[in-house]
Design a protein around this ligand. Structure first.
Ligand code: TXA
Ligand code: MG
Length: 343
C-alpha cells in the first residue's frame, strides 16, 4: 500500500516529513512535491534503492537521475569540481528550477548516472522538498513521479494515478507552481550547453553566462540528444496528439475536419482559440495565449485530462518560444511525437 501524507505548503508538519524521510533512509520510495513537478525520491547513494525508481517507472536504465540536495555546498560531495559556469548559475538561481551537470565523484552510484562520468544536481526551491532531503540526510535521487513516457505529475492525484501500490508513500502539498521540469545545463563543456529548457529560461541563462550553447536535439529535429532522457517519447497523453505551430486559425480548421470525418476530437488550446471551436470538440483551455506561466502550470494536467475522455485524436495549439514558452513547446512537440502541423 502507498501511504498518503497531506502537508501544508508553507508550514509543513515536520513530524510527517520525518516519517517520509525515514522511509527514504530505509531504502524506500517517496513521491514529493517540488516547485516544478512531483518527484519520485530514493536515497541517491543507495544503488538498490535507486533501482526501485527505475522499476516503478518502467524507466530505461540508461536514463540518468537528478540528485537533489538541501544546501548549495553539498554539490561538493557529489562533484569532483564545480566549474565557474556552474558556480555562477548556482549563485543566481539556486534554490530553484535549475539542474547542473558536473563531473561526478565515485560515491555517486552508476545506477544514478547510467554509467556516465557526470552527475545532475539540483537544489529545489520547494520548502517541503528541502526539509525532506535535510531530514533524510542524503542526496535524494528523483525523476518526475510518472510512468515513463507519460506527462509529469503536477498534483498528488497524478502521482497516484501512475504509482499507487508501486511506491511507499506520496506527500501531497497541492499543485506545483511552475508545472514544467527544471532547466538542465551541462557545465562540463567549454561553453555551457542547454540540454533541457525548463523553469529557468534561456534568457535567464544568457543573462548570467553570456554565451550558451543549445543542444541541437532541441531544434525540433530527432538528432540524438546529449541528455539521455531527451531521446525517449515523453509527456504523451494516451490518444495521438498533433501540435499546430503557426496561425491559430489552423487549429480550428483541423478540429472541424476531424469532426467531419466522424472522430471524437480533443483540443488543448488558449482561451482565445477555444472561443472559436465547435461545441462538438472536447476542449481543454490551458490559459491565455499570452501567459506562458499559466500555460506551463496547466499543460500536463490538460494533457492528462484526456485520459478518461476517450478521444480519438488531440489537437494542441503552440505558443511563442520566449521565456517559459521554449520549455512548453519542447514538451508539446515531444507529447505530439513530433507530429507537427505548420500550415
Ligand atoms: O524539475 C525536475 O527536474 C524534476 C524534479 C522532480 O526535480 N525532475 C526531473 O527528473 O524532471 P527526470 O529524471 O524526469 O529528468 C532528468 C533529465 C533527463 O532528461 C535526464 O536524461 C537528464 O536530466 N540527466 C540526468 N543526469 C544527466 C547527466 N549526467 N547528463 C546529461 N543529462 C542528464
Ligand atoms: Mg521525467
Amino acid at each position: 500500500r502507498t501511504k498518503y501524507y497531506k502537508v501544508d505548503l508553507s508550514e509543513p508538519d515536520l513530524s510527517v516529513l520525518a516519517a517520509a524521510a525515514d522511509i527514504l533512509k530505509q531504502g524506500g520510495l517517496v513521491a514529493f512535491p517540488t516547485e516544478t513537478v512531483y518527484g519520485l525520491g530514493a536515497n541517491g547513494l543507495d544503488a538498490h534503492a535507486v533501482a526501485g525508481i527505475f522499476r516503478a517507472k518502467g524507466r530505461p536504465a540508461d536514463n540518468p537521475l537528478i540528485l537533489h540536495i538541501d544546501s548549495p555546498d553539498k554539490i561538493n560531495d557529489l562533484a569532483v569540481s564545480v566549474p565557474g559556469s556552474a558556480q555562477a548559475l548556482i549563485g543566481q538561481y539556486w534554490p530553484g528550477p535549475l539542474t547542473v551537470i558536473v563531473e561526478r565523484r565515485s560515491c555517486v552510484p552508476d545506477a544514478v548516472t547510467g554509467g556516465l562520468n557526470t552527475v545532475a544536481v539540483r537544489l529545489p526551491a520547494s520548502l517541503i522538498a528541502r526539509e525532506l532531503i535535510r531530514l533524510a540526510g542524503v542526496p535524494v535521487a528523483a525523476p518526475s513521479a510518472n510512468i515513463s513516457g507519460r506527462p509529469s505529475p503536477t498534483a498528488a492525484q497524478d502521482v497516484l494515478a501512475d504509482m499507487d501500490g508501486k511506491i511507499d508513500a506520496v506527500i501531497d502539498a497541492g499543485p506545483c507552481a511552475i508545472g514544467v521540469e527544471s532547466t538542465v545545463v551541462d557545465c562540463t563543456t567549454p561553453v555551457p550547453t542547454l540540454l533541457r529548457p525548463g523553469g529557468i529560461t534561456y534568457e535567464m541563462l544568457t543573462a548570467v553566462l553570456g554565451e550558451v550553447e543549445v543542444d541541437p536535439a532541441l531544434a525540433g529535429s530527432r538528432a540524438v540528444p546529449k541528455s539521455p532522457g531527451m531521446k525517449y517519447t515523453h509527456y504523451a497523453p494516451l490518444a495521438p496528439m498533433f501540435l499546430v505551430e503557426g496561425d491559430r486559425s489552423i487549429v480550428v480548421r483541423e478540429v472541424q475536419q476531424a469532426l467531419a470525418a466522424g472522430k471524437r476530437v480533443g483540443a488543448v488550446v488558449s482561451a482565445e482559440t477555444a472561443a472559436g471551436l465547435p461545441p462538438a470538440a472536447i476542449t481543454v483551455v490551458y490559459g491565455s495565449h499570452a501567459d506562458a506561466h499559466a500555460i506551463a502550470a496547466n499543460l500536463y494536467t490538460a494533457l492528462r485530462s484526456f485520459d478518461n475522455k476517450a478521444v480519438d485524436v488531440i489537437y494542441a495549439e503552440g505558443i511563442a518560444e520566449q521565456g517559459l514558452g521554449l520549455a512548453v513547446m519542447n514538451r508539446m512537440r515531444k507529447a505530439a511525437g513530433y507530429r507537427i502541423i505548420r500550415n
